[in-house]
Design a protein around this ligand. Structure first.
Ligand code: GTP
Ligand code: MG
Length: 258
């Protein structure tokens, strides 16, 4: 039977290529992770094991896709930045988003046991994904600043909330205590009532995770006498650093290069 009779259906596949010359940001987010984290007994408000697993999956995305320049993650989400001039998969949104999501999710499952030993995976982790285009460098920086400010706000609130709940308050009482409080008041509450100095909490919790490629010495083989042979490689590396300030961008100027 001649296949040409059916070929017209291809016309229904619409072009979904992302605007040329713009930064592409793909943000992925865990589906129903409030429930997922309960089910797996994640430490509240931050479980380092789960965050490290997220960071490792993001590194694998950078390993797999050279066009991803930078990633930023917090909680159950990660944003991946592709260069303005990338031609990865003809900039087709569905192709890029679906591949990044499946790369991340597959790694999340395969690396789970290494990061949460003794905690069986009891449900299927899933991530949604979307691609957004940003025309200006300043838009991209504002986007990333928005996510990092969100990390800080959420972390500070959640640290207070769970300290109050762990001390015996009900969730409703804890919410009422925190309603309308400013940053300084939350820090005071943590220090005065729980002896927690917010500034001393892990940077990963306060700032989220930034993944960039960095020159790293790695062992490529061993000589017969057992001494290691080291070579420089550009490897994805996780940093817990401030990406709102200018210093990060001047220190890593190549990230914003065309
Ligand atoms: P959808 O994304 O809309 O499907 O819902 P969601 O339940 O995933 O909520 P959302 O993405 O807005 O928020 C992420 C949720 O993941 C948080 O509310 C937390 O409950 C949970 N979560 C993420 N990381 C941790 C963690 O380290 N510890 C704990 N206890 N919970 C976490
Ligand atoms: Mg989620």
């Amino acid at each position: 039977m001649a296949n040409s009779k059916y070929e017209y259906v291809k016309q229904y596949e619409l072009d979904d290529s992302l605007l040329p010359g713009c930064w592409i940001v793909v943000r992925i987010d865990g589906k129903g992770f409030t429930k997922f984290s309960e089910l797996h007994g994640f430490e509240k408000p931050n479980d380092k094991r789960a965050l490290d697993l997220m960071d490792e999956c993001a590194k694998e995305v950078l390993n797999e896709f050279p066009d991803v320049r930078l990633a930023y993650g917090e909680s159950d989400e990660y944003s991946f930045v592709l260069g303005r001039s990338t031609d990865m998969y003809g900039r087709r949104a569905s192709k890029i988003v679906s591949l990044l999501v499946s790369c991340f999710t597959a790694n999340y499952v395969s690396k789970w046991a290494a990061f949460l030993p003794g905690t069986p995976l009891r449900s299927t982790p899933m991530f949604d994904g979307r691609a957004v285009c940003y025309p200006l460098n300043s838009n991209l920086r504002d986007y990333l600043s928005w996510r990092q400010a969100d990390t800080h706000i959420n972390n500070q609130y959640n640290t207070c909330f769970w300290a109050l709940v762990k001390s015996g308050k009900t969730p409703t009482e804890a919410q009422a205590t925190l309603r309308g409080t400013q940053t300084a008041q939350k820090n005071e509450l943590l220090f005065n009532e729980f002896g927690i100095n917010y500034a001393h909490l892990p940077e990963q919790f306060k700032k989220g995770s930034v993944v960039i490629r960095r020159k790293t010495m790695v062992e490529v083989k061993r000589r017969e006498d057992g001494t290691p042979v080291l070579r420089e490689r550009n490897l994805p590396t996780v940093l817990y650093t401030d990406i709102i300030r200018d210093e990060f961008w001047s220190e890593h100027a190549h990230l914003l290069a065309p």
